[in-house]
Write a protein that binds this ligand. Structure first.
Ligand code: SIN
Length: 527
């Protein structure tokens, strides 16, 4: 056991880095599973940060689009607060050195993305926003002596006394080892979402709901776990994770076609390719299921410019042997963002004393049932600052010596076969289209996997989050935003509110569901 006066930040993505900088000169200990900058979803974000920077735009308009996209469950006060401060964060990132794209007059270049009523996404070198913002923050962090980063360590569980979190257990991220307890005055969870719990995902391999599951297992209140966003255009090139073909391509006029060359979104929604993300995702999924091979066609809209304006997309195309100037890009839906997570108030406080959360691990009420594109990085920035301010307000300013960690022998790493089965189960039965039978069968499988691997805390974090998603999805007998039920295809106005749930309630739903779960294969399930 190690006792420190450092504030522990679990994670190393955008929210974690920004919060560590905001907390300076308060001493911070960051727990990063990979080398700093690797393995965080933020670094893979292509679109950018949504913010009303144009004179013709306003925070009110941005908030209204956020509320509309969220399909009836966005907290309007949260949307107003986040969109109001968005501009300040962009200006602060600019002063830290983020090289946002500028027009000849020096204004920010804005991308258009789905369900935004204006071009409102500030970007960096086309599709490099996540990577470039992270590089800027990492450079600033290297000049911030109050921050100590432990690389190659993974948080496995929280330590509590009553409803107060007193520390976090960590283990080696790369080899089996025992755990070390770090006791700390405050813990900020900033370790990402759950996309990697699905077999088809755009998230980095490490992002598998562990942080959310860890908080749930410690007793924290969860919100909206059933709302998972599937991105319509993951590259369908057999890679795990699936590289992203950013929505900004459709904002530039790229279209979606099938193998017959038909522009199928024209028959689905008046906004066609720029319809809300859940609608486009379900249309793509239907084309894939029907064997129609959906593709993203950038040829007429961008021509050879796709290679220079979208370097990440060009790099993936080159790796997969696709020439986007001559041929459309095969795409499929992929789990992309978890709207649900650890319930947080506007200061990033969780229901547990001593525990804060920001970024995708949190559920703040901003995204509702369907996150508006590029609001994810924005929310991470806003709540990182809010949480840092709140933590700073509760703790005296102290100094703390650097921490030295030596992991004891022992431990294990999650069984790859169990993880693969869990991920396939989530994609098949808790994915884009859900049914009661599929969800019950998934809950039965999750329970069995959990029982078989009860001594592996990291795997238990994954199954806790998977349980929360599937149990809340089973309970929500309607379709809303990213949550679609084939057996309840309409929204129910009585259910236009957020879900709040503790893990024991989800486990009780799981136990009941497993009792009458039908036999489902990965290919079919009785309806
Ligand atoms: C994208 O670039 O399409 C993703 C942006 C986002 O998920 O917010």
């Amino acid at each position: 056991m190690i006792r420190t006066d450092r504030i522990v930040i679990v994670g190393a993505g955008l929210g974690a880095l920004y919060a560590a900088l905001e907390l300076a000169p308060r001493p911070v200990l960051m727990i990063s599973p990979e080398a700093l900058g690797d393995g965080a979803s933020s670094a893979w974000a292509q679109g950018g940060v949504a913010a009303a920077m144009a004179a013709s735009d306003s925070p009110e308009s941005h908030a209204a689009d956020t509320v509309k996209a969220g399909a009836g469950t966005v907290d309007a006060e949260v949307a107003a607060m986040v969109t109001r401060v968005a501009r300040d964060h962009i200006l602060d990132l600019t002063s830290l050195g983020t090289p946002f794209d500028r027009d000849p007059e020096g204004g920010y270049v804005m991308s258009r993305e789905a369900a935004h009523s204006a071009a409102r996404v500030v970007r960096v070198q086309g599709d490099q926003a996540g990577r470039q913002i992270m590089e800027t923050l990492i450079a600033a962090l290297r000049d911030t002596p109050s921050v100590q980063v432990i690389e190659g360590a993974l948080a496995t569980r929280l330590e509590s006394e009553g409803d107060r979190v007193t520390g976090v257990w960590i283990t080696s991220a790369h080899a089996p080892s025992g755990e070390v307890l770090i006791e700390a005055p405050a813990v900020l969870l900033a370790g990402g979402g759950s996309g990697g719990l699905y077999a088809h995902t755009t998230n980095p391999p490490r992002i598998r709901g562990q942080v959310i599951g860890m908080a749930a297992r410690a007793g924290a209140l969860m919100a909206d776990p059933e709302f998972v966003q599937f991105h319509p255009t993951g590259f369908d090139i057999g890679e795990d994770p699936a590289p992203l073909a950013t929505e900004a391509l459709r904002g530039e006029g790229a279209t979606l076609i099938n193998k017959a060359g038909e522009r199928f979104m024209l028959n689905v929604h008046p906004d066609a390719e720029l319809a809300p993300r859940d609608i486009v995702a379900r249309a793509i999924f239907a084309e894939t299921q029907a064997g129609n091979r959906p593709m993203l066609d950038t040829r007429a809209a961008l021509g050879a410019q796709v290679l220079t304006l979208f370097p990440s997309v060009a790099e993936t195309c080159a790796r997969a042997g696709i020439d986007p100037v001559a041929d459309p890009i095969p795409v499929a839906v992929a789990a992309h963002y978890h709207m649900g997570g650890v319930a947080a108030d506007q200061a990033g406080r969780t229901s547990l004393q001593g525990l804060w959360v920001c970024g995708e691990a949190s559920s703040t009420g901003l995204h509702g049932a369907n996150r508006l594109a590029s609001n994810g990085l924005l929310e991470a920035l806003v709540y990182a600052r809010n949480a840092a301010g709140d933590i700073a307000g509760t703790l005296p300013l102290t100094e703390a010596a650097p921490v030295t960690i030596r992991f004891p022998d022992g431990g294990s790493i999650p069984d790859p076969d169990a993880v693969a089965l869990l991920r396939q189960t989530m994609t098949t039965h808790v994915g884009v289209r859900r049914t009661a039978n599929g969800l019950k069968s998934a809950l039965a499988t999750i329970a069995r996997l959990e029982a078989d691997h009860a001594d592996d805390p990291s795997f238990l974090n994954m199954t806790a989050t998977a349980t929360l998603i599937a149990a809340a999805a089973l309970t929500r007998e309607e379709s809303r935003g990213g949550h679609w039920r084939d057996d309840f295809p309409e929204p129910n106005p009585d259910l236009a509110h957020r879900s709040l749930i503790h893990l024991p309630d989800a486990l009780a739903i799981r136990t009941a569901a497993a009792k009458d779960a039908p036999q489902c294969s990965m290919l079919n399930c009785p309806t």
